[in-house]
Each structure stands twice: as structure tokens, then as C-alpha cells.
Design a binder for this molecule. Structure first.
Ligand SMILES: Nc1ncnc2c1ncn2[C@@H]1O[C@H](COP(=O)(O)OP(=O)(O)OP(=O)(O)O)[C@@H](O)[C@H]1O
Ligand SMILES: Cc1cn([C@H]2C[C@H](O)[C@@H](COP(=O)(O)O)O2)c(=O)[nH]c1=O
Length: 195
């Protein structure tokens, strides 16, 4: 089973993902992974994140290359062994974030749909996605605005894109209010995955 954690920067995904790893109720063979990955593909993505002038389309394909390698090297092998996989960000991050970045270039009528089409023939959709729902202002504040994506304006478009994704596939998503205290958020995410 493939579970993904999604949401705006600062919504608390990594906090939950780290806590799940020390939870005795989580099967010991579970695989915890993330995008961008800790590989040279992920390093290339990180260079793009750090470049305020990075080309948006090139950036999409860097993230997408990282996803392709992540699928081949980590996600599919673990799923083939029937292991639970929990990924801190996955394909929906691309649809929501690069869908937002590409709006500015005006190359595509509907950038989010374009990014989905790029992935559709080869990606492995998640079985369940926990969406940590947070307003863009709090997200920018919590994340510390450490990269070009972490502004309330940009995150507002990203949030609209996540809403489109949820509307298109409501059975896959579980929405958790990320403004709740960390223990409450954790228990709700845990229930969303295991109940
Ligand atoms: N429920 C919560 N209430 C208040 N603060 C929280 C909550 N969950 C996490 N935080 C704090 O918000 C900050 C961001 O949390 P975290 O790194 O887990 O978010 P994230 O979604 O993984 O962000 P990013 O996508 O930018 O990596 C941290 O300082 C964390 O301690
Ligand atoms: C996977 C992915 C991520 N992003 C953005 C979101 C964040 O601002 C950074 C790094 O992610 P992290 O969770 O803070 O480590 O990258 C993106 O724009 N597109 C993606 O596909």
C-alpha cells in the first residue's frame, strides 16, 4: 500500500512522517521515503529550488526525473514485496506546485492538467493521500519562507490546485486540519492510514 503525505510547506508533513517511524503500531517493514529524494536526482532538484531564476519547465522535468528514479529504485520494489510505503510528498506535489509555477509562463492553458498528463503513462498513483490542510499565511510563517515557493501568494495558488486534485479524486484523499495541535494532527493522520 502506498500512502502519501501532502500539503503546503510548513503544514506538518515531516513532523508526522518522522513520528510514524517511531510508532510501534507501524509495521517494522514499512518503507519511509520522500520527494525530493536523498539522491543525486534530488540534489539536482535542490539546486533548482535554490535558483530563483530557474526555468519553470526545466524545473518540472527535474522533479519528474527524481520521481521516475524514486519509483524505480524505491517505491515499486517495496510495493512488489507488499510493504507499506509512506512518502513525504509525491506526485501531487508536482501537480499542485509546478501546476502553479507554470501558470506564470502562459505556455499551457491548464498547467496542472499538463503536469498530470506527463505522469499518467508511467507513474504509480497513491492508494491513499493524507492532505494536511493549512492556510497559505500560516504555511509561509511556519515554513520560515526559506525558499522561493514559501510565500503566501504562491502557496495560495498551490492550495487551489490541491483542492482541484481532491475534487477530482475524493476517495483517495483524507483531509486533516493542520491547524490543530501536533498530537491531534498525528492521531488523525494515523487513523487515516490504519483505520
Ligand atoms: N500541528 C502543528 N501546529 C503548530 N506547528 C506545527 C504543527 N506541525 C508542525 N509544526 C511546526 O511547523 C514547522 C514545519 O513543520 P514540518 O517541517 O513538519 O512541515 P512540512 O509540511 O514538512 O514542511 P515542508 O514542506 O516545508 O518541508 C515546524 O517548525 C514544526 O515544528
Ligand atoms: C516534491 C516536490 C516538492 N516541491 C517543493 C515543495 C517545497 O517547497 C520544496 C521542497 O520540499 P520539502 O518538502 O520542503 O523538502 O519543493 C515542488 O515544487 N514540487 C514537487 O514535486
Amino acid at each position: 500500500m502506498l500512502v502519501t503525505l501532502e500539503g503546503l510547506d510548513g503544514s506538518g508533513k515531516t513532523t508526522v512522517w518522522e513520528r510514524l517511524q517511531s510508532d510501534d503500531a507501524v509495521p517494522s517493514e514499512a518503507v519511509f521515503t520522500r520527494e525530493p529524494t536523498d539522491t543525486w536526482y534530488g540534489d539536482a532538484v535542490q539546486r533548482s529550488i535554490d535558483d530563483d531564476g530557474a526555468d519553470s519547465l526545466a524545473e518540472l522535468f527535474l522533479y519528474t526525473a527524481d520521481h521516475a528514479a524514486h519509483l524505480s529504485n524505491t517505491v515499486r520494489p517495496a510495493l512488489d514485496e507488499d510493504r507499506l510505503v509512506v512518502s513525504d510528498r509525491y506526485s501531487d506535489s508536482r501537480y499542485a506546485y509546478q501546476g502553479a509555477t507554470l501558470e506564470a509562463s502562459e505556455t499551457f492553458d491548464d498547467p496542472l492538467s499538463y503536469v498530470r498528463e506527463v505522469h499518467a503513462p508511467w507513474t504509480r498513483p497513491p492508494d491513499r493521500t493524507v492532505y494536511l490542510d493549512l492556510d497559505p499565511e500560516t504555511a509561509a510563517q511556519r515554513s520560515g519562507a526559506t525558499n522561493k515557493f514559501e510565500t503566501a501568494d504562491y502557496l495560495s495558488t498551490v492550495r487551489d490546485n490541491y483542492e482541484r486534485l481532491i475534487d477530482a479524486d475524493p476517495a483517495r484523499f483524507v483531509r486533516v486540519d493542520a491547524t490543530a495541535d501536533p498530537d491531534t494532527v498525528y492521531e488523525r493522520v494515523r487513523a487515516a492510514i490504519f483505520d
